[in-house]
Design a binder for this molecule. Structure first.
Ligand SMILES: Cc1cc2nc3c(=O)[nH]c(=O)nc-3n(C[C@H](O)[C@H](O)[C@H](O)COP(=O)(O)OP(=O)(O)OC[C@H]3O[C@@H](n4cnc5c(N)ncnc54)[C@H](O)[C@@H]3O)c2cc1C
Length: 580
């Protein structure tokens, strides 16, 4: 396998940090990176095919961000509802940028997937007749969001973990993947640090599925976990796989004052409404029919306009739940009440909750087919890190959990079939030396730029110039800022040299992806001279189907990001004006 000098000599010659040389090599058929709902669902499907499957996660599986999902998961289960209705709402919600073949797959397969989740043991709230209850959600024509109070992600993720253990997948928990090994366009495995020992390991496989979640942490106000740093998107870009539609970032309308904590859309689904400093239910001016249950992009823009025009309350607007009464709040929104009391000192039974828009979800991601395939042989992606694309320019609440299950399952199956039908490719040992060398360079630097200053500046830039409202001048400032930070990043150094749980080191590795992800968002946003879904250009306020009904595709070539475009798949629903 080696080329030229033996591995050890080359490593020493390149001053690789000694600890990283005690590395092992293990072989699996399929490796899934990420143990959120998408990763675990994919792994379970691959395990069912009787092959050797591993899941690698930088946190324990049940600490993945999926656990925080509150409001629910969509499926057309109601007698008067249909998958076609669900599809139409999703296409409209996407501002016609979603690929309709993919949306059809998701909406058709949703009911069966919910039933399967239930058979696996997932608990859902019930209606009076004992059926799975469904609540209204933003942008949906029917109540079709299944839920467990306001703890749906918790319920689903724990069930998925039990299933994963049952099927006997190998679980590498608290292993941080630092490199996706792709040579000659063929995936060969990954390199990961075992965080407890600090050792680097080679995991060799026929297929890799990336299921690493979103990148909300590139913004300073975000609902996302500390771990949502876009690692998989960075790994994919560096391995030659493209990202799609990155300029579309979802800002959730109800994020608790100063904390970034999400107040579920379920709160509005249960009847909560939004008021400004004048006590006015302002959504009637922005979405006369759907009011607070218009799609998220519409509600976030309305709130930001109220705040910018001076009708806010200390940089927020208010979410009023008082009229729902204590009993209903305790039954349907217990966690929301607890969070508001603990983190804002406000009991929603007695006072309205101060909220504002915050970065929440990544519509864009690694470009895939409906079976999770990327253009790189043996590389698959699913869940929030992927872009199939079912959300287009704006995701409807409840469709993301659904996406993790439907497309996690499909990616797991396809990767399994691929692994069964192909031979194990060679694993180039230069990959380990390269990864170790990168880390050694950071470790051996005595002086330089600090992780925290670069990361904080990046978040500030994204928040300021690439938020709910955007314009050319601001976006260009953002791009210049990111390029400067990328230069500084070349000289980043560590103050903590420990091997065990060196979170400063993992922070630096994550920051590399955050910079690439941010640049992808900003260049896509500069180029797209229209307003569509969550991408709102003040200087181009209209949607422009003639020029911009197309996907942005970003590649990394010779260390530079470049953009290409791709057609949107339109099958059933022709683009129309979007009103709520
Ligand atoms: C607060 C909140 C509430 C939400 N509520 C809802 C809702 O009610 N309904 C809905 O549809 N959607 C909701 N969403 C969105 C939805 O929860 C997520 O999009 C979805 O759960 C993402 O799942 P995932 O499996 O793709 O990724 P995640 O659950 O984010 O998991 C990512 C996994 O990747 C691993 N990972 C990442 N990088 C690395 C690396 N370098 N090495 C190793 N492992 C790595 C992590 O350890 C983790 O296991 C919510 C999101 C948030 C933040």
């Amino acid at each position: 396998m080696g080329r030229g000098r033996p591995f050890f000599q080359r490593a020493v010659a390149r001053r690789v940090f000694p600890c990283f040389l005690w590395s092992t090599m293990v072989i699996h058929d399929v490796i899934v990176v990420g143990a959120g709902l998408a990763g675990m669902r994919a792994a379970i499907e691959a395990c069912r095919m009787g092959i050797n499957v591993a899941v690698v996660s930088k946190v324990h599986p049940v600490r993945s961000h999926s656990v925080a999902a509150q409001g629910g998961i969509n499926a057309a289960l109601g007698e008067t509802d249909s998958w076609e209705n669900h599809m139409f709402d999703t296409v409209k919600g996407s501002d016609y940028l979603g690929d309709q073949d993919a949306i059809e797959v998701m909406c058709r397969e949703a009911p069966e997937d919910i039933m399967e989740l239930e058979r696996m043991g997932a608990i859902f709230s019930r209606d009076d007749s004992g059926r799975i209850a469904q609540r209204p959600f933003g942008g949906a024509g029917y109540p079709r969001t299944c839920y467990l109070a306001d703890r749906t992600g918790h319920s689903l993720l724990h069930v998925m973990f039990e299933q994963l253990v049952k099927y006997g997948a190998f679980i590498y928990k608290e292993w941080h993947v630092v490199k996706l090994v792709v040579e000659d366009g063929i995936t060969r495995g990954i390199i990961a640090i075992d965080l407890s020992s600090g050792k680097l390991h080679r995991l060799h496989s026929k297929a890799v599925i990336l299921a690493t979640g979103g990148y909300g942490r590139v913004y300073s106000t975000t609902t996302n976990a500390l771990t949502s740093t876009g690692d998989g998107m960075g790994l994919a870009l560096n391995a030659g796989a493209p990202l799609m539609d990155m300029e579309f970032v979802q800002f959730h309308p109800t994020v608790l004052r100063r904390t970034g904590i999400l107040i579920t859309e379920g709160a509005r689904g249960e009847g909560g409404y939004l008021i400004n400093s004048l006590g006015e239910r302002f959504m009637k001016r922005y979405a006369p029919e759907k009011l607070e249950l218009a799609s998220r992009d519409v509600v976030s823009r309305a709130e930001q306009t109220e705040i910018d025009e001076g009708r806010g309350v200390n940089g927020c607007v208010l979410l009023d739940l008082r009229h729902l009464g204590e009993e209903k709040i305790n039954e349907r929104l217990p966690q929301i009440r607890e969070l508001a009391i603990n983190f804002a000192g406000i009991d929603p039974v007695r006072e309205p909750i101060p909220i504002r828009p915050g970065a929440h979800y990544s519509m864009g991601g690694i470009m895939t087919t409906v079976d999770g395939e990327t253009p790189v042989t043996g590389l698959f992606a699913a869940g929030e890190c992927a872009c199939v694309s079912v959300h287009g320019a704006n995701r409807l609440g409840g469709n993301s959990l659904l996406e993790t299950i439907v497309f996690g399952r499909r990616a797991g199956r396809k990767a399994g079939e691929f692994a069964i039908s192909s031979k194990l490719p060679e694993f180039p040992d230069s990959a380990l030396v390269d990864a170790a060398h990168t880390i050694a360079l950071i470790m051996n630097r005595d002086d330089g730029e600090s992780l925290h200053s670069i990361r904080d500046e990046l978040k500030g830039i994204m928040e300021r110039y690439c938020g709910v409202f955007r314009n050319e001048e601001g976006l260009k400032k953002a791009l210049e800022g990111i390029k400067r930070l990328k230069e500084r990043y070349r000289n980043v150094y560590l103050t903590d040299r420990s091997h065990s749980f060196n979170m400063e080191l993992t922070g630096i590795l994550e920051l590399g992806s955050m910079l690439d992800v941010s640049e992808s968002i900003v260049i896509g946003a500069i180029n797209r001279k229209e307003s569509r879904g969550a991408h709102c250009r003040m200087d181009f306020p209209e949607r422009d189907d003639k020029r911009w009904l197309k996907h942005t595709v970003v590649y990394k070539r010779d260390d530079r990001l470049t953009i290409e475009y791709k057609d949107v798949t339109i099958t059933r629903y022709k683009p129309m004006e979007r009103r709520y």
